[in-house]
Design a protein around this ligand. Structure first.
Ligand code: MN
Length: 378
């Protein structure tokens, strides 16, 4: 049994390779998005296809998902097949724009489908209606791997399988997807390859004393903590640069820098958590709802996760920009954050994600009403 539309997507990509169409890979800039793109890139290369462009949006500048800025940059490659990984399912307006530019669009996403589907040509998302595949908890990287298996028509070599599963395992853990069914297999097999990876960027981790005296699972989670932050340079996140470099020297130089940035960021997260905690320590409100202009985007998700865990309340943390804010949501189990926001969607510009972890964009003037609506609808 196949995931809905996966075969269709594979056939469309094979046709693009055969006809030498331009292919663009677009991914979310976290580890799952980067891994999805790497698996697709290396598969298409293996089949003799050419990738014309790879794009990851910089959340600090252009926001999350398929962005206007991204499309403006990619326009020059039209006509082309645009394949979007780990985002896109909630980008109704931007997908329309991509189609108008002249792109054929495939979405490979695993986020919750909102009340309608965007106008893409092919949509792979196990959360969509009519999905018959029994397991629906894939990370986008897992979907990209399944797509790769179809593209290679059952002829994936053992070395490719190894190269893919080691990073698919990391991405599946990083995205906190359920470690059962297909994911359990990916993780068990993938982690078993980790320590003799050929990827210089993974090898270099094992050469640092960063993880002396840890077991494999802990080593994996330390690697993830470094790879999962969106440090973008030349439009590419650190995870993508590190996992695709063929130079051991470059990898060895990158890791200490990333470790240092990671330490800095942890300090920022601690400060952020303290700031909100102080404000809400005596609050009886049923939700945590707070945001600042001087925060970095990269800290809002970890801050929300920690606060939600400590206070066991639905937590909405946002970064305030000029006219609007962009936020992240974490909720205790039993609550579906996407459905909750759906009941208040008239106050937001966009929203979406997973039941336990999601995000939103909102005009600043609607923040208070959105908050009240959320409390009423809890
Ligand atoms: Mn993901």
């Amino acid at each position: 049994m196949e995931i809905k539309n996966l075969k269709k997507a594979a056939n469309r990509i094979l046709k693009a390779i055969k006809d030498k169409e331009r292919i663009i890979l677009y991914g979310d800039s976290d580890l799952d998005g980067a891994t999805s793109v790497i698996v697709a890139k290396e598969t298409i290369k293996n089949l003799g296809g050419k990738i014309s462009a790879i794009y990851f949006p910089d959340r600090e500048i252009e926001g999350h998902g398929l962005t206007d800025l991204g499309l403006d940059y990619l326009k020059k490659f039209k006509p082309a097949l645009l394949i979007i990984f780990d985002c896109g399912i909630g980008n109704f307006k931007e997908i329309k724009k991509a189609k108008a530019i002249g792109f054929d669009v495939i979405i490979v996403d695993h986020h919750k489908v909102l009340d309608k589907l965007p106008d893409a040509d092919i949509i792979v998302d196990p959360q969509q209606k009519g999905e018959k595949y029994p397991f629906k908890g894939f990370a986008a990287a897992g979907l990209s791997f399944k797509l790769s298996e179809l593209l290679l028509e059952g002829k994936m070599s053992q070395s490719l399988r190894k190269n893919f599963l080691e990073i698919v395992a990391l991405a599946t853990i990083a995205d906190m997807m359920p470690q059962e069914a297909d994911n359990k297999d990916f993780i068990e097999e993938g982690l078993s390859y980790l320590e003799d990876s050929w990827r210089p960027g993974i090898k270099a981790f094992f050469e640092t004393d960063f993880f002396k005296s840890y077991d494999l699972k802990e080593k994996a989670s330390r690697i993830i903590s470094i790879l999962n932050f969106r440090d973008i340079e030349d439009k590419l996140p650190a995870s993508f640069r590190l996992l695709t470099t063929t130079s051991s020297k470059e990898a060895r130089e990158m890791i200490p820098k990333l470790l240092e940035k990671h330490r800095e960021r942890r300090g920022e997260i601690r400060k952020g958590v303290k700031l909100v905690e102080k404000k809400i320590s005596r609050s009886k409100e049923a939700i945590i709802f707070d945001g600042y202009a001087d925060w970095d985007f990269s800290i809002i998700s970890p801050v929300a996760s920690i606060l939600c865990r400590n206070f066991k309340k639905p937590t909405f943390i946002f970064k305030k920009l000029k006219g609007e804010s962009q936020g992240t949501v974490r909720v205790p189990s039993g609550i579906d954050s996407v459905s909750l926001m759906a009941r208040c969607k008239k106050y937001v510009i966009a929203y979406g994600g997973h039941p336990k972890a999601s995000g939103f964009r909102i005009k600043n003037k609607n923040l208070q009403e959105f908050k009240s609506c959320l409390i009423e609808n809890l």
